[in-house]
Design a protein around this ligand. Structure first.
Ligand SMILES: Cc1cc2nc3c(=O)[nH]c(=O)nc-3n(C[C@H](O)[C@H](O)[C@H](O)COP(=O)(O)OP(=O)(O)OC[C@H]3O[C@@H](n4cnc5c(N)ncnc54)[C@H](O)[C@@H]3O)c2cc1C
Length: 374
């Protein structure tokens, strides 16, 4: 039986852990804090085909198909949260504030179509049919991907972890990995002194994967940086809003959750975050509130209950890093660098990656993401 140590309990590590357990591997899932502590638990939960590369659009469409399949599989396994993570169909409305942004957005919308997404151009009046209290005069035009989706990131991650555990995985929280030794086997050590031996270690630590690369003395050709992101949630609001609104060029998105509160995030505030700060920020609150109220004036009367900071791992070419380490082929597998789209693209990629690790057969769909690319 193959032994695999998975480092990082976000959406990526949790999907890899459940898929590998399903494939018959003995999995040890190690998390530095609590599951979902990283960007996964700080995200909006949108599963969207609005991606910057056609192959990422394909993976996001695949994730959308995968979620109900996993729900069924996990219910059969007896996972207690399985029924909770499936949220809703949620048309994604990408809004351009002016004509110039609209022209750029149009180019991006062509990429969504190339990747197989259904895309509709929308005048403000059409958007108002979907979101009745939006101010039609506050933006220029929009593109809609009507078949997108939203998901509750916490129960989804926990459901994967619960499935992995039912299938024999051992999971550990508050066990940051501090040392990795690659010899015949891979020896992974945590801060408390626990040691885990595996045939393979999977680095799925989001932006902090960079720290693990340092431990392994490995430098990849492709540059990865950690950027500051942030989010907030309001009190429950009586107006219902199924769609997710994205404001092009502001990295801003917001939607309503099943609990009726509004969740709004900016997944790149425009500056680096090498310390991985999760402090909230006044600058974010001002920016997000201003955009929200401009688009939806009634939101001015809604209280913000909580806000938070986050970090996202951005690669210079916008693609994730997925595959065997160039230095430790067959022993260390990287899967990180999911920019602002890890919920959308991640589950599909993570299932495929787990299959590669379990079977040893390379998946052509993952070729563009290899760690050795320049
Ligand atoms: C504000 C915000 C909004 C977003 N909204 C969306 C969205 O709506 N849709 C979408 O598709 N994407 C969205 N994203 C992006 C998405 O959240 C990420 O791409 C995705 O969550 C990355 O998942 P991950 O598992 O790779 O990383 P993470 O969720 O960061 O998980 C990595 C885990 O590894 C752990 N770890 C780190 N170091 C160690 C160590 N040494 N030992 C053990 N464990 C370690 C961390 O504690 C963490 O829990 C958003 C991101 C942010 C920040």
């Amino acid at each position: 039986m193959k032994k695999v140590v998975v480092i990082g309990g976000g959406i990526i590590g949790s999907v890899v852990a459940s898929a590998l357990s399903e494939a018959g591997a003995k999995v040890y899932l190690l998390e530095a804090k609590y599951f979902t502590y990283g960007s996964t638990g700080r995200s909006t939960g949108s599963i969207t085909s609005q991606q910057r590369h056609p192959q990422l659009v394909e993976r996001a469409i695949e994730t959308k198909k995968l979620i109900p399949e996993l729900k069924k599989k996990y219910e059969e396994l007896g996972v207690p949260f399985a029924q909770r993570f499936l949220d809703d169909e949620s048309p994604h409305i990408a809004i351009a504030f002016n004509e110039k942004d609209y022209e750029d957005l149009k180019k991006l919308a062509e990429i969504w179509s190339q990747g197989g997404a259904k895309v509709e151009e929308a005048e403000p009046s059409k958007v108002k049919e979907l979101v009745p209290w939006i101010d039609e005069n506050s933006f220029y035009k929009a593109f809609i991907t009507p078949n997108d989706y939203k998901l509750m990131p916490h129960p989804f991650t926990w459901a994967n972890i619960a499935a992995a555990r039912i299938l024999g995985a051992e999971t550990y929280t508050y066990e940051p990995v501090v040392k990795i030794d690659v010899k015949d086997k891979v020896l992974v050590e945590t801060e408390s002194g626990k040691k885990f031996e595996g045939d393979v270690a999977v680095i799925a630590a989001g932006a902090k994967s960079l720290e693990l690369l340092k431990m392994l003395n490995e430098k990849l050709n492709i540059d990865v940086k950690s950027y500051y992101a942030a989010g907030m949630v309001t009190e429950p609001f009586k107006y219902e809003m199924r769609p997710t609104i994205r404001v092009f060029k502001h990295s801003y998105r917001f939607t309503q959750t099943v609990r009726k509160e509004y969740v709004a995030t900016i997944d790149n505030m425009g500056f680096e975050n090498p310390e991985y700060s999760t402090e909230d920020s006044y600058e974010f609150l001002v920016k997000a509130s201003t955009i929200t109220v401009k688009l939806m004036p009634p939101m001015a009367y809604v209280n913000i209950l909580r806000s938070w900071g986050a970090y996202c791992d951005y690669t210079e070419d916008g693609l994730p890093i997925v595959g065997w380490s160039p230095k430790y082929e067959g022993k260390i597998y990287y899967i990180f660098g999911f920019n602002d789209y890890g919920l959308s693209v991640g589950p599909s990629v993570a299932r495929r990656a787990a299959k590669e690790i379990a079977d040893g057969v390379k998946d052509p769909a993952l070729e563009p993401y290899r760690p050795s690319r320049k």
